[in-house]
Structure formats: C-alpha cells, structure tokens
Design a protein around this ligand. Structure first.
Ligand code: 5GP
Length: 189
C-alpha cells in the first residue's frame, strides 16, 4: 500500500508521557521522523544539543522567527519553543510521517498553516497522576511545577478541538493506538 507524507502534532500536558509514547511510535512505525525543536530553555541534565533540542539564546531564537525559519513558535512557561521549518517541509516531501511534539498553541498555528495536519492530544489519566509525574522527575522548582500544572489545565480545557484524543493510562495500549492512528492516516483512510 502506498503511503504519503503526513504531519502529526502530538500535544498534551508536560508529564502526560508524550516523549515516551513518541519514542515507542518511532520503533513501531518505520517511516516516522520526529522534528527537533529550538528552545530558549536551559538544557536539563542529560539533554543534548541537536538530539532533544537546539538550545538558543532569546536573540538567536527571535532572529530565526523573524527570518521565517520557524513553522510555528510559542511561549510556554516563560520559555520560547519553535519548529524548524525547512527540514520539516523536506521530510514531508520525501514521504515521511513527520511528528511534532509541541504545545497546543503551536498545534493550532500548524492547523492554520497546514490544515491537513493531524492533531493528537495525549491526556494524562488524571491531574493527580500528572502532578505526581511532574514531581517525580525531580528536575523542576515548585514554581515551574505550578506553571506547568496551570498550562496543563488550559490545554485540557481545549482538548476537544484536537482530531484524536488518547488517554495514556497503559503505555503499551496507548502506544499501539497511536501507531494504528498514524498508519491509518499514512494510508490515506
Ligand atoms: P519541555 O520544556 O518540557 O521540554 O517542553 C515544554 C512544552 O513545550 C511541551 O508541551 C512541549 O511539547 C512544548 N514544545 C516543545 N517543542 C516545541 C515547539 O517547537 N513548539 C511549540 N509550540 N511547543 C513546543
């Protein structure tokens, strides 16, 4: 069956398990490719330049945005995050299933620019589970955790505007559902 290039936005509160699900998806669906975003946030322990993010100063980031280098960008919890435009367009043209793991503000910008994009929202089982996961990371200050919980409430209030909602309570089940959705869209159903 022939597959065409597609764009998938994966959003959901920080701590909902997007990163783990996307990693599973990449293993399960061979023609997927995940975009690496630019950010002004400082690297967390273990994060590598060009692997997790391209780390930029605010000036560098704004320069990129002004020169049309970003397909979308948004401010989230006090930092800027954006999707490099050229490489994403190139991978789509090559026929890849391109994955953007971005926030909801970015997702709505993508829908405006590329209405054929598929918007997937990953929901945590509950706010309590989300909070426990955020605290369990042990990387964030109390202030940063509060900001992320507030951002989560906002995102959850608009989840119905996304194309596909996925509750991440059982990782294996959720990963399989995500892979099935990507395959179905890739085959043009
Ligand atoms: P974190 O700081 O936890 O890595 O990411 C914070 C939020 O920014 C997450 O919801 C993540 O999906 C989102 N994000 C990461 N990259 C981008 C991007 O390129 N654009 C937008 N709009 N959001 C992004």
């Amino acid at each position: 069956m022939s597959r065409k290039g597609n764009l998938f936005v994966i959003s959901g509160p920080s701590g909902a398990g997007k990163g783990t699900l996307v990693a599973r998806l990449l293993e399960m669906v061979p023609d997927t490719w995940v975009s690496v975003s630019c950010t002004t946030r400082s690297p967390r322990a273990g994060e590598q330049e060009g692997v997790h993010y391209y780390f930029k100063t605010r000036d560098e980031f704004m320069g990129l945005a002004e020169n049309g280098g970003l397909l979308e960008w948004a401010e989230y919890s006090g930092n800027c995050y954006g999707t490099p435009r050229q490489v994403v367009e190139q991978r789509m043209a090559e026929g890849a299933q391109v994955i953007l793991e971005i926030d909801m503000q970015g997702g709505f910008q993508i829908r405006q620019k590329l209405p054929q994009a598929h918007l997937v929202f990953i929901e945590p089982p509950s706010m309590e589970v989300l909070e426990a996961r955020l605290r369990g990371r042990g990387t964030e200050t109390e202030e940063a955790i509060s900001a992320r919980l507030e951002a989560a409430r906002l995102e959850l209030s608009r989840k119905m505007e996304y194309d596909y909602l996925l509750v991440n309570d059982d990782l294996d089940v959720a990963a399989q559902k995500l892979a099935d959705y990507v395959n179905k869209m890739a085959e043009g159903n």
